[in-house]
Design a protein around this ligand. Sequence first.
Ligand SMILES: Nc1ncnc2c1ncn2[C@@H]1O[C@H](COP(=O)(O)OP(=O)(O)OP(=O)(O)O)[C@@H](O)[C@H]1O
Ligand SMILES: [Mg+2]
Length: 288
Amino acid sequence: MDGVRGMTTGGGEMSFNTLTVAVVSGKGGVGKTTLSVNLAIEAAWGFGRKVLLFDGDSGLANAHILMGVKPSRTLAELTTGEVAMADLVEHTPWKIDMVAGSNGAHELLTADEQHRRRAADQLGDLMGDYELVVIDCPAGADDTALHYAHSAEVALVVLTGEPTSFLDAYSTVKELNLTYKRQCFDLVVNGVASEAEGKQLFARFQSVVSRFLQAELRYLGAVRRDTAVNEAIRRCVPVVRHAPASSAARDLAAVAGRLVRYAQRPRNPADLPDRGELAAELAAGGLA
Ligand SMILES: Nc1ncnc2c1ncn2[C@@H]1O[C@H](COP(=O)(O)OP(=O)(O)OP(=O)(O)O)[C@@H](O)[C@H]1O
Ligand SMILES: [Mg+2]
């Protein structure tokens, strides 16, 4: 039964495996947080999935800002031992739950091994209650991001047309492939002018990867550059709700649909990465 939870949905019992998705890039500022927040919300709002968003960017936690949510508690408080993981779950107005990042506050506190282990156990259990867990990762070839991507079922790599983004995304894929032995990567190309440009960039990326690495790349889709995204951020409303008919929101909905299909695909729990390992990495990163 490990990894599979029963869920009653009126009609009776159905079971699911939690799909864990780590959103990584390499280069900063390419849209990881925008994608994490909006894909999570679209999966819940548009596809009726039970979703947890985990802000894994403990240095620059900002996923809550995009949703206009002021977290009452953050991961750092776990170090006191008085707060349990379940107390950290924020129910947002966007039909998803969230564990907010600690925004540097953790520098004031250091968790001991016992607290970290307790946090990891509780987080592992908590994740099992959701069909989809999306992790917004820190930028850069940061070890933390690599650990998250290594332990998640899906490593969602965000790529843009900028040459630096291309190179940094390649370095991330290479490191995960050679050092961490990850074989499969899911690519989203963000900030493109057209769907065709997205496909072109993906094809270029794939040709470089296939020349040097033994890795499988899957194309999850492209998200067009759209001023609605910036406008939504200014209003602290996720773009998929602020402007659902905008080109970016429609693209995000298509990508979310593909992730939901991954989540619904029957998988053998024995073939999935160990959720406990991911929980331990997240607890270690958040409570460093
Ligand atoms: N499709 C898009 N169209 C227009 N603007 C976008 C799009 N995607 C992201 N942006 C803008 O790019 C900026 C960076 O986005 P975001 O914060 O999501 O990146 P990030 O990868 O999470 O950054 P960091 O590495 O600092 O965590 C934001 O101002 C956002 O509005
Ligand atoms: Mg971010």
